[in-house]
Design a protein around this ligand. Structure first.
Ligand SMILES: Cc1ncc(C[n+]2csc(CCOP(=O)(O)OP(=O)(O)O)c2C)c(N)n1
Length: 365
């Protein structure tokens, strides 16, 4: 399949009903990959549904769901290598799971337990893992773009074969950091993928209220970089486009911008009421006609690779896996309050030492 930048329509392999619009037998990915992708989609959705319930149960304070965006998240993380660097944003848990973060660690993070690789120290939606090269996101929208580009610039200087991917939403493309990052990435031909999940809203603000270009992908042209518009609900297309960009970056071909056009089903976060700004019927249309999980399942069915029995077995397996992960997270202890200042720096600064003494006196430890 010839993957071209700056297409007017999103790059797509499957039609909305799961029928292939490309010759899928000549894409370099086969039956086992398709089945693996579908399993990941189902798993990512199940983990995320369970995470959100923790807020509804009053056991966690905040959650930003990925529902609707699973193909963008899973499809863009599957082509990455273990050594590649990932800079997620506040809505990237599906990609982090694929990179290697366990569901138990994710739940541990949401619950603020010791099992969380960041031991409950960071904002909700901010775990990371050093060994997996997942850098914890911060809550400032857009700021990891320049950090990711800096990492990729270093990779180039050091002649490494790793690439870096950074995730952001459509809203983050209005931040100065996006433009600074794009410029540096192109000038230094950094091996970075700037992956925008255009879910059409930045909280209540629609994409067209904050940018006057027809697509986000076309912004790449101004920086001298390739920009790809892909159907973000088509996992095969997202996988192929991201792999194309990763291979290109690894071969010294420089950075790429990817716009995955998708839709979020949930509110912006558990603190938002999306019924106040969505046009009537829009959510229902995406859910019933463009769902990324159903679309892949239908594709497998058209290929004769999936049955109702297999579906039920998968759902049961995933449910058991999620329950086990939750159990593990629940068993993990909460961090000791006195450790709250640890790891902000390698060693406590004099000011933090003073704060720690004050805290110890307060806690009586
Ligand atoms: C610099 C900054 N401005 C505003 C906010 C508040 N805020 C948090 S998420 C968000 C919207 C982000 O939208 P988008 O980038 O499209 O990502 P999405 O949440 O849709 O995935 C805003 C405005 C923030 N965290 N940081």
């Amino acid at each position: 399949m010839d993957i071209k930048p700056f297409t007017a329509e999103p790059i797509r392999v499957l039609a909305y009903d799961g029928t292939p619009v490309e010759n899928v037998d000549r894409l370099g990915i086969g039956k086992d990959d398709w089945l693996k992708m579908y399993r990941w989609l189902v798993f990512a959705r199940a983990v995320d549904d369970r995470g959100y319930i923790l807020v509804r149960q009053g056991r966690a304070g905040f959650y930003a769901q990925i529902a609707g965006q699973e193909a963008s998240q899973v499809g863009s993380a599957l082509p990455l290598h273990k050594e590649d660097w990932m800079y997620p944003d506040h809505r990237s848990q599906g990609s982090m799971l694929v990179k290697g973060l366990s569901a138990a660690e994710w739940f541990g993070h949401v619950l603020g337990k010791m099992l969380d690789p960041t031991q409950g120290r960071l904002m909700p939606h901010g775990p990371g893992r050093n060994d997996l090269h997942i850098v914890p996101p911060s809550s400032t929208v857009g700021n990891k773009i320049t950090e990711a580009v800096g990492t990729a610039m270093a990779q180039r200087i050091k002649k490494r074969k790793e690439v870096t991917i950074t995730y952001l939403g459509d809203g983050a493309t209005s931040e100065g950091d996006f433009h600074v990052g794009m410029n540096f990435a192109a000038v230094y031909q950094a091996p970075v993928i700037i992956f925008v999940q255009n879910n059409q809203y930045a909280i209540s603000m629609r994409t067209e209220q904050q940018t006057h270009t027809k697509t986000i992908a076309e912004k790449a042209k101004a920086y001298g970089m390739d920009g790809y518009l892909v159907d973000g609900n088509d996992i095969l297309a997202v996988y192929l486009v991201t792999k194309h960009c990763a291979d290109k970056a690894r071969a010294g071909g420089g950075p790429s911008l990817i716009e995955a056009y998708t839709y979020r089903y949930g509110p912006h976060s558990s603190a938002d009421d999306d019924t106040r700004y969505r046009p009537k019927g829009e959510l229902e249309m995406w859910r019933t006609q463009r769902d990324p999980v159903t679309r892949m399942r239908k594709f497998l069915e058209t290929k004769g690779l999936w049955s109702e029995d297999q579906e039920q077995k998968l759902q049961a397996d995933v449910k058991a896996q999620v329950a086990k992960a939750m159990e593990e997270a629940e068993k993990s202890p909460a961090p000791e309050p006195i450790t709250v200042l640890d790891y902000a720096y390698e060693q406590l600064t004099p000011h933090l030492e003073w704060e720690r003494r004050e805290l110890a006196a307060e806690l009586g430890v």
